[in-house]
Design a protein around this ligand. Structure first.
Ligand code: PHE
Length: 350
């Protein structure tokens, strides 16, 4: 683990053992100057401490790129709490309070909000101990619907680029993960006339949509091979790998999951198969615009919405640059993020 931290291209990592529960906390700060670092807090059980640390570091780096693409002057960070598999639900409250104290002791160098496994109620407990948290029930709350609006806008931009029309009428979209982002996304897509193939490892989510004639349930093990126009991964990262890419039966991949590509080379495999990929560092930006814009930059609801809808234009810009340079959409997005970050460092940007 020492070697992983030493060779990481980020600023620093804080590791913390929560003795009462046995949970381990990893706060990876990729960049903390000149502005504070921000990023969500993810809670789940990992198969090894190395995987948890790796996830925190990889996701923190992603946040630096994401903020740059969103013209948000913030450094990237991420907290991962590796929960013991059998942690009783009642133990969670104390863990959140102690986590709040930990953030407070860092003096605001890392500020956090929701991510996979962390609810608004969890954040409210954190907020009892520190100011360095946003998206609580006193603030903007759940960012999921805003992330979903960004993905919806992004999907339409992809359809426009690929088929020359952004209409969702009769398009088939597979939504993987019907949780905080996938559920509101599914609602929007159904309203726009799309057929949604929905899947979730938690089969209970099926009941929420079953009544809708445009919804079809797909068993999780059949999700990757289902025939569709758009595959929208809205659950775990790493879903795009050599094996899964060879089985995909879609024209477009556009979803909110962070770090969808298991390996950087997988972007080329998608390109070789003629599949248009909306880089997740851009299309998943709605939640960050909502939380940071609303809770720390004082934007109004209309301003936030306008910025989220602007993600579609930026995505089209990335597709154009990728075509011009003959590179993958992922490389074009990373390159654009780096140049926007440099502009921010020079005091430009918006
Ligand atoms: N975790 C979400 C994301 O990665 C929302 C979030 C954004 C949380 C920014 C904190 C800071 O986009």
């Amino acid at each position: 683990m020492h070697e992983m931290i030493r060779t990481w291209d980020g600023a620093f990592v804080v590791t913390h053992h929560d003795a009462p529960t046995g949970a381990m906390v990893y706060i990876a700060v990729h960049r903390s100057t000149p502005e504070a670092a921000c990023g969500g807090t993810r809670q789940r059980s990992y198969s090894s401490p190395e995987r948890a640390l790796q996830d925190a570091m990889g996701l923190a780096e992603t946040m630096t790129l994401k903020f740059a693409l969103l013209d948000l002057p913030r450094g990237g960070g991420k907290a991962v709490i590796d929960l013991p598999a059998d942690l009783p639900a009642e133990a969670r409250a104390g863990l959140m309070e102690r986590y709040g104290l930990l953030l407070e002791s860092l003096g605001g160098v890392f500020q956090t909000g929701a991510d996979l496994g962390t609810s608004v109620a969890d954040l409210d407990r954190v907020a009892g101990k520190t100011r360095h948290v946003f998206g609580t029930s006193q603030g903007r709350g759940d960012p999921g619907p805003s992330t979903a609006l960004g993905v919806y806008t992004g999907i339409r931009a992809c359809l426009q680029h690929r088929f020359g029309s952004d209409s969702l009428d009769h398009r088939r979209v597979l939504v993987q993960g019907l949780g905080g982002v996938g559920a509101p996304l599914t609602r929007r897509l159904l309203e726009a006339g799309a057929t949604v193939l929905g899947t979730d490892v938690d089969t209970g989510q099926r009941a929420h949509f079953e009544e809708n004639p445009g919804f079809q349930w797909v068993a999780p093990e059949d999700a990757l091979t289902a025939d569709c126009d758009v595959f929208a991964p809205c659950a775990m990262g790493g879903v795009l790998n050599r094996e899964s890419i060879s089985r995909l039966s879609c024209a477009i991949v556009a979803g909110s999951a962070n770090n969808q590509l298991a390996q950087p080379e997988d972007a080329e495999l998608l390109q070789d198969r003629g599949i248009l990929h909306a880089p997740d560092i851009l299309i998943s930006g709605g939640g960050a615009l909502y939380l940071l814009g609303g809770d720390t930059l004082g934007w109004t609801g209309e301003e936030i919405e306008a910025r989220i809808l602007g993600l579609g234009q930026r995505l089209l810009e990335v597709f154009r640059q990728a075509e011009e340079r003959g590179c993958t959409t992922q490389s074009a997005a990373v390159e654009l993020a780096r140049s926007l970050r440099q502009q921010l460092d020079r005091g430009g940007g918006s």
